[in-house]
Design a protein around this ligand. Structure first.
Ligand code: ZN
Length: 177
């Protein structure tokens, strides 16, 4: 039975700490954490969540893209746990897109990210996966990956003018993207 976990907010020092590699993916505490993260991100209308966001300093995150009130245009995929992830290579193309973060409620920022990335990670069964992600899913991966190093999206925006409130985002941006 999965539990909903409280999400740490920006200002809590844990959000800025570097996470540790996962040693034993089959550990039942890690498996339970994965189930809890999947339940928590769904309940929060997120499209991804990293373990440090729930105060677990482990290099693992969930990518769970699907349309929801916070991201109506998101593509649908199965929630996937990505453990000890690495970015192996990336495109030279950089694209800007609007991001939010469950640790930073109420604001959105226009964040530059690589358009395409090649990644490696271990899935929850301990198998090494090699995949290529584009556009929105590549964006989620890079956002969650940053959390493992204590980086949040506002660190990557180019101007404070690229920060807007959630309310204005809902009013303006969703209708034009
Ligand atoms: Zn975030």
């Amino acid at each position: 039975m999965a539990d909903l976990l409280p999400i740490s907010q920006l200002g809590d020092p844990i959000v800025r700490q570097k996470a540790a590699w996962v040693d034993d993916i089959h550990d039942e505490k890690i498996q339970k954490l994965i189930d809890d993260l999947i339940a928590t991100v769904a309940q929060a209308n997120g499209v991804g969540i990293a373990a440090p966001q729930v105060a677990e300093q482990k290099r693992l995150f969930i990518v769970a893209s699907r349309p929801n009130p916070r991201y109506p245009n998101a593509p649908t995929m199965e929630p996937t746990a990505m453990i000890n992830p690495r970015i192996v290579s990336h495109s030279s193309e950089i694209v800007k897109g609007w991001e939010g973060c469950l640790c930073i409620p109420g604001i959105r920022g226009l964040v530059p990210r690589y358009q395409t990335i090649e990644v490696e990670y271990y899935d929850r069964y301990g198998n090494l996966q090699k995949q290529k992600f584009h556009d929105f899913v590549a964006r989620i991966f890079q956002h969650e990956y940053d959390h493992l190093d204590g980086i949040v999206f506002i660190d990557r925006i180019e101007s404070t003018h690229h920060i807007i409130t959630e309310q204005e985002y809902q009013k303006r941006v969703i209708n034009i993207t």
